[in-house]
Each structure stands twice: as C-alpha cells, then as structure tokens.
Design a protein around this ligand. Structure first.
Ligand SMILES: Cc1cc2nc3c(=O)[nH]c(=O)nc-3n(C[C@H](O)[C@H](O)[C@H](O)COP(=O)(O)OP(=O)(O)OC[C@H]3O[C@@H](n4cnc5c(N)ncnc54)[C@H](O)[C@@H]3O)c2cc1C
Length: 405
C-alpha cells in the first residue's frame, strides 16, 4: 500500500515540534515525512533580540536541522515554499513542487507595519537571523562612523524602537547592556547616545501586570531608555521617524537606526494561497485544521486561536506553537492509523517571562509574579526547555544558557 505523504512547512518551533514528535509516534513504514525549510538551520526566534543587539552571536541562536531529525524517518528539503495549492494538494517551491496527503503549515510570522508609510523601507525588523545580523552590524557601523566623519552627526547615535510590546522591551533590555560596551569600544561618551521607544498604546507591555510594567520601565529608564508612550509613529523616513503630537501636529525624530518591533502577521503564503485569514493568520478549527480543509493543519504564528476567557486571539508565542506542534503530531498519527477522533487544542499557559537584558526580567510563572534574578533565571530555564523539548539533552548541553550568575 502507498504510504501517506506528510509535508511540514517550516522548521521553527511548531514545525520541528511536529516532526520530532511524529518521528516518535510513527514507524518508518507508516508515512513519508518531508520537512521543508528556507535554511538548513533552525533559529530560536525568541533569542533574536539578543543577536540583533549584539549581546549574543548569531551562531548561538541557531542549530543545524540535521542534528534534531532522524534522516531514516524524515527527509529534509532546503527550499522556499511559495504557495500552497490546496485543490491539487501540492506545495509550489522556489524550485519544483511537492505533493502531499497531509500538510502542516508552520511558516511563522512576518512584521506587521499597519500601512505606516516608509516602515518597510527605512526600518529594520527583528525577523530572522539575517535581519538580526544586519541590525547588529548597522548599529555598530553608526558607532564606528560617528568619530571619523568630518562633521559630527549626533543622529547616528540615536536608536528608535517602535513598539513597547514584548519584542520591543526585550530588545531595549539588550541595548541597555550593549550600548555601554559600544561606547567603550568606540570611545564615545554615553551621554551622546539616545535610545527612544515609541509606543502608540497608552501603556508599555499591554496586558501585563501594571506593577511589572512599571518595574520594567524603571529598569530600562535607568539604563537610559526614553519612553514616548501613547505616541504613534506616522511615517519612517531616510532620516528617522515622524510621530503624531496632539490633534494635527507632528514631530520629527532624527535617528540613524529605526527598529520596528510592534506587530506580527502570518506568513505571506497564507494570503497568497487563498486561505481564509485575518492578517495572514488562519482561524483554525479546534483540531488545528484549516476550516474546510481536512488535510491541512496550520500552527504557530500562521494560526489564530481564540482565548475563550476574554474572547480575543492569543498573542502568537513559541509556547503556543510548540504545544500546537505536539497536538498536530498526535492528530496526524491518529489519522494515519485510521482514527478520525482528533484531539482539540487547549492552551496550557505556563506563564510569561520578558527579559530586560541578560541580568533582569519580569514575569508571571504559574500565577506568581517574579522580577530580578529569579525572573532572569526562569527566562533562561524557559529558553533551555524549548531546546530540550526538540533536541533533548545533547542540544540543551550544546546550545543552552547556563550563564546563571
Ligand atoms: C525578538 C522576539 C522575542 C520573542 N520572545 C518570545 C518569548 O519570550 N516567548 C514566546 O513564547 N514567544 C516569543 N516570541 C514569539 C515567538 O518567537 C513566535 O511566536 C514563534 O517563533 C512562532 O513559531 P513558529 O513555529 O510559528 O515559527 P518560527 O519559529 O518563526 O519558524 C518559522 C520557520 O519557517 C521558515 N520559513 C519562513 N518562510 C518560509 C518559506 N517561505 N519557505 C520555507 N521556510 C520558511 C523560517 O526560516 C523558520 O525556520 C518572540 C519573538 C521575537 C521576534
């Protein structure tokens, strides 16, 4: 009998979790599993703010996909997925195409610029390893150039971070540690450096405990971060940004670096392929299949799951992606064994920890508020746990964060 073909698109948290769990649940002859990813490496998206600031080398945030998959059970294909043809049951790749019986779309997210003019052209986004490396090098270039130019340009030392959500705050935390190092390296007075965080919402870290938000802001302000809360970026330009001030007024902030960290949408393939979606995210059925498509699962940042308690979508996180990957693997194993009674997704929230640099953090873990060393320790354990879940002890030992003290 012909073996069913399972194709998994994306080797991020959701995709790798699906594949590593499928490898455990299916025998070699039960199915042909193909994993497709743009690069031959996986990167820890949740560590990219560190690589972007330059506090962690980009090689530390990635590992070879071949080190966590069983080549006897899974074929890895390095390729870029361009479109899914759900009628013909095939994926169009940058070169060639792949047919499937079951498809898992786990291609992650993309920056959401909400149509703000110039952001896609003039602002950086912490999107992947290449982008992180570019941000780190760009900031370093600004510092390296500052003193060698004939005319001093203070804007080179101004960094604007758009968004005081999770990603923005974590990036600011890393900058807080990196800027003093850069000043020392390039003999620059730190008073000349400005780091400005612009946030349109009335608070930083919307949805977080207000006491923890205050803690985070005070910590970052101590490190020199200026906050402009309740202020919307209207436009990004080659010189910096324009923000709204009052009714009709605007103000220009000149900056050599603008990093947009304020929004996530699903991968463009979702829209290109004609899936029903909201900002590139598919509101999946409880069993994580796309509505009307019994053979397509969508997980991670490409999916949208409603938190019934508040009737709003869960924010996209690695934690959700991994839990979804586990369920999809179990559901696929059921389908392949002829059992159509699929499991349904219930998010088991283990808590959230937001780092404020290597040495501080805030969080709520198992319902308890944590800050400082305790939170920073928890954050590293969360990072190590993700490695362990996918690659077991060998990967954790190789890539884990053990700089506890
Ligand atoms: C700086 C930062 C900090 C974060 N911190 C946290 C945190 O502390 N906790 C938390 O839970 N979440 C955090 N998040 C969110 C979290 O990283 C995402 O929700 C999570 O990575 C989504 O997982 P995923 O499996 O959907 O996709 P990803 O893990 O992003 O993986 C997608 C994969 O698909 C590949 N890919 C993309 N397009 C294509 C294509 N066309 N063809 C082939 N391959 C492709 C990519 O190369 C990548 O390997 C953070 C995000 C950022 C940016």
């Amino acid at each position: 009998m012909k073996r069913p073909k399972i194709v998994v698109l994306g080797a991020g948290y959701g995709g790798l979790m699906t594949v590593t769990r499928l490898q455990k649940q299916l025998g070699k002859n039960d199915a042909d599993i193909t994993l497709v990813n743009k690069n031959d490496y996986h990167y820890e998206t949740t560590w990219l703010h560190e690589a972007s600031a330059g506090t962690l080398h980009h090689d530390r945030v990635r590992y070879d996909i071949s080190s966590v998959i069983d080549s006897g059970k899974t074929e890895f294909m390095q390729a870029t997925a361009m479109k899914v043809d759900t009628e013909a049951k095939k994926v169009i790749l940058n070169e060639g195409e792949l047919s499937y019986d079951y498809l898992v779309v786990a291609l992650g997210g993309a920056p959401e610029t909400f149509g703000i003019q110039g952001l896609d052209k003039y602002a950086f986004s912490i999107a992947n390893v290449d982008a992180a490396r570019q941000i780190r090098e760009h900031i370093e270039y600004q510092f390296a150039t500052f003193k060698v130019e004939g005319e001093i340009n203070p804007d080179r030392l101004t960094i604007v971070v758009g968004g005081a959500g999770f990603t923005g705050i974590e990036f600011l935390g890393e900058l807080g540690n990196r800027i003093p190092e850069l000043c020392k390296e390039y003999d620059i007075d730190q008073k000349l450096v400005r780091v400005i965080c612009v946030e349109a919402a009335p608070t930083a870290l919307p949805g977080f405990d207000p006491e923890l938000v205050q803690y985070a802001m005070a910590h970052l302000q101590k490190k020199g971060v200026e906050f402009m809360i309740g202020t919307a970026i209207k436009e990004a330009t080659p010189e910096g940004i324009i923000v709204g001030k009052g009714e009709d007024e605007t103000e220009e902030i000149k900056a050599g670096t603008v990093v947009w960290a304020a929004g996530v949408r699903g991968n463009a393939i979702i829209e290109e392929s004609g899936f029903e979606n909201m900002r590139g995210r598919v509101k999946v059925n409880p069993d994580l299949r796309a509505p009307g498509l019994d053979d397509v699962f969508v997980i991670g940042d490409c999916s949208l799951v409603i938190n019934e308690e508040i009737n709003r979508p869960y924010p996209p996180t690695a934690q959700i992606s991994m839990q979804q990957g586990e369920l999809v693997a179990a559901n696929l194993a059921k389908l392949i064994n002829g059992n159509n009674d699929l499991g349904t997704f219930h998010f088991d929230n283990k808590g959230t920890v937001c780092s404020l640099g290597d040495d501080d953090a805030i969080g709520v873990v198992f319902g308890k508020k944590v800050t400082g060393f305790q939170a920073s320790f928890m954050k590293k354990m969360v990072d190590n746990r993700a490695l362990f879940m996918i690659g077991g002890v060998p990967l954790t030992v190789k890539k884990g964060k053990f700089n506890i003290f």
